[in-house]
Design a binder for this molecule. Structure first.
Ligand SMILES: Nc1ncnc2c1ncn2[C@@H]1O[C@H](COP(=O)(O)OP(=O)(O)OP(=O)(O)O)[C@@H](O)[C@H]1O
Ligand SMILES: [Mg+2]
Length: 298
């Protein structure tokens, strides 16, 4: 029940159903005689959808927090109980590390998200060499995931970008995480960077486009408009085969706009997807501006 009203469903002419809340009150004339009833029907489908998404999100958070704890605890308990051969211990430790990283990712994204919601996220903007950013990202994923081939492509004339290296690294991590999750083992994932002109010659060195491209399941056109919404997943069913919170892309989009940047998606169902972060380049003017702002806030 929402707002003390009785709920029900109405059938539309096309056969589809609409959730409604109904409130009724007697209608009286000037002498107080009942002459009828006033019935108000309110469309509550949005409230129902919000409630459904909230419980789905809470279930996803519990799942994402609980899943990595089981191996961490299990391996640590085994190692504390008895001595294992060195190779076995190393594989246990690798398992603990992997699960800890998974846990860390969920906690960090939730903490940043809460800070953004409260308007408390203060990026530490500085010039970030794109080559280093992409190299770190590729090396990390090569170590973390032996099932995909990670290919790095960086043009010779890519300028540095202005941004918070930690937040940008986390955003790119989310794009690679999706590329890995939604493409088959053995698939190639390309991480590239190039100056982004968007048609104008003079703008050539003012923005940089960093792209993560996969050859996975792709995205259906009807899914595109909801892609960056909080808690939104392509498959929100209880039987879905991919884990996650449905926050990754919403996070990337927000971090991009905090930096005055944008996200571009291109995808073909069954063929693959590419997600690009477009970010302002570190021009001399921008560096001076940020340095001045930092000095003032000291
Ligand atoms: N590279 C991709 N290929 C295919 N589908 C994708 C890709 N990236 C995102 N999607 C679709 O967009 C949805 C939203 O992605 P998002 O990263 O926001 O959430 P998620 O990956 O499901 O969960 P998490 O919060 O753990 O990232 C995904 O559930 C998936 O349906
Ligand atoms: Mg994701």
């Amino acid at each position: 029940m929402i707002g003390g009203a009785t709920e029900g469903t109405l059938s539309r002419a096309d056969g589809s159903q609409l959730a409604v809340a109904m409130t009724a009150a007697p209608l009286v004339d000037s002498s107080g005689e009942p002459v009828g009833r006033v019935v108000v029907l309110r469309d509550v489908s949005r409230e129902h959808e919000a409630e459904r998404m909230k419980s789905e999100f809470l279930a996803n958070v519990s799942h994402e927090l609980r899943t990595p704890i089981t191996p961490i605890k299990g391996y640590a308990e085994m190692m504390s109980r008895k001595k294992f051969p060195r190779a076995k211990e190393e594989s246990f430790l690798a398992g603990i590390l992997q699960s800890t990283e998974r846990l860390e990712r969920v906690v960090e994204i939730l903490v940043d998200f809460a800070a953004m919601e409260a308007g408390r996220l203060k990026p530490r903007v500085e010039p970030v060499p794109v080559k280093d950013l992409v190299a770190r990202l590729t090396d990390k994923w090569r170590q973390r995931d032996g099932e995909h081939r990670f290919v790095r492509k960086i043009g010779p004339d890519v300028p540095a970008i202005m941004g918070d290296p930690k937040l940008l690294g986390r955003s790119l991590d989310e794009l690679v995480d999706n590329a890995v999750k939604f493409s088959p083992d053995g698939g190639q994932i390309e991480i590239s960077a190039e100056p982004y002109a968007n048609g104008s010659r003079s703008a050539r060195n003012s923005r940089v486009r960093i792209t993560v491209r996969d050859h996975g399941i792709g995205i259906e056109p009807e899914q595109m408009p909801d892609l960056f919404q909080d808690f939104r997943q392509g498959d929100g069913s209880e039987t879905r085969s991919f884990g996650g919170l449905g926050l990754g892309l919403a996070y990337v989009k927000r971090i991009a706009s905090v930096h005055g940047g944008d996200v571009i998606v291109e995808s073909q169902p069954g063929k693959g997807s590419s997600f690009s972060l477009v970010l302002p380049a570190a021009t001399a003017g921008r560096i001076t501006e940020v340095t001045k702002r930092a000095r003032k806030s000291r």
